[in-house]
Design a protein around this ligand. Structure first.
Ligand code: FPP
Length: 256
């Protein structure tokens, strides 16, 4: 069993920001409430070992398992993982199919343990392009774990920020929202992350320093952390070190 995070009750009491404005204060002792990770470097990890790319993605799933175990122990309330971007369809068909296969296998094999560990699953992105069996798996996993409170694990699947914003604007227009009613809060309420606190810390592995269409609206006041580690090498110590560094940063949200 994964230990329950210490600041859970306080976080529940603080509510969610709905993706508008600035992030709520971080959790106890400067622990980020919401950590989002761009998991990068699976291919390079495999290449270094003369292995096929799928071996890197498989090792990446092990790193996902480690991160999901470590995050609630550290006290993180929401962990968002960029599992498949809306641009990832441009990869060769067999790699796309491998990634979808790994995702399905992860959900099927981990759901019992995730549920037993009180983890709530949530999925963001446009799922209209995913196969019916994957969509069904996502729906069942989200429904089964909806009442869990130790941590929310958000998987971004066929997710891209521009696409998310386009869908939000279409929603506003479809609802007949007038121009003067279009506010920060009205937009945030239509994003996929509407019921989540804003990310406090966004991590990218593998030495690349860009956001690649990930949580662009939500990242307005997030701290960014880049590490040279390749995603399959990422472990609890890596996450703890970045959380500790986050706790040392001074966040001013535009003030003094
Ligand atoms: C980036 O590595 C990683 C991805 C595109 C996908 C991440 C997917 C997983 C970790 C596995 C499935 C996820 C879950 C949640 C079960 P890359 O291939 O771009 O690496 P490279 O830049 O070194 O080529």
């Amino acid at each position: 069993m994964i230990a329950k995070p210490a600041p859970k009750a306080a976080a529940k009491a603080a509510g969610v920001s709905g993706g508008a404005g600035v992030p709520q204060p971080a959790g106890g002792a400067g622990i980020p409430r919401h950590v989002a990770i761009i998991m990068d470097g699976n291919g390079r990890w495999a290449k270094k070992r003369f292995l096929p790319r799928i071996a890197g993605h498989r090792a990446g799933v092990e790193a996902v398992r480690r991160a999901v175990k470590a995050a609630p122990r550290i006290g993180i309330e929401v962990l968002t993982l960029y599992a498949f971007s809306s641009e990832n369809w441009k990869r060769p068909a067999d790699e796309v199919s491998d990634l979808m296969g790994l995702l399905k296998h992860y959900l099927q094999s981990e759901i019992d343990e995730l549920h037993a560990n009180d983890i709530r699953l949530k999925f963001i992105g446009d799922h209209s392009r995913l196969s019916a069996d994957v969509v069904d798996l996502l729906r069942r996993a989200a429904e089964r774990t909806a009442g869990n409170g130790a941590m929310t694990l958000v998987l971004a699947l066929n997710y891209g920020s521009h696409d998310e914003m386009v869908r939000a604007v279409r929603g506003l227009i479809a609802d007949g929202v007038r121009a003067d009613e279009v506010t920060d809060a009205a937009i945030a309420a239509r994003l996929d992350t509407a019921d989540l606190p804003l990310p406090d810390l966004i991590i990218r592995t593998s030495g690349e320093q860009r956001l690649s269409n990930f949580l662009l609206w939500q990242a307005a006041y997030a701290e960014l952390a880049f590490t040279d580690e390749l995603w399959p090498d990422f472990n609890e110590a890596s996450l703890q070190r970045l959380v500790d560094e986050f706790a040392q940063r001074e966040r001013r949200y535009g003030g003094l």
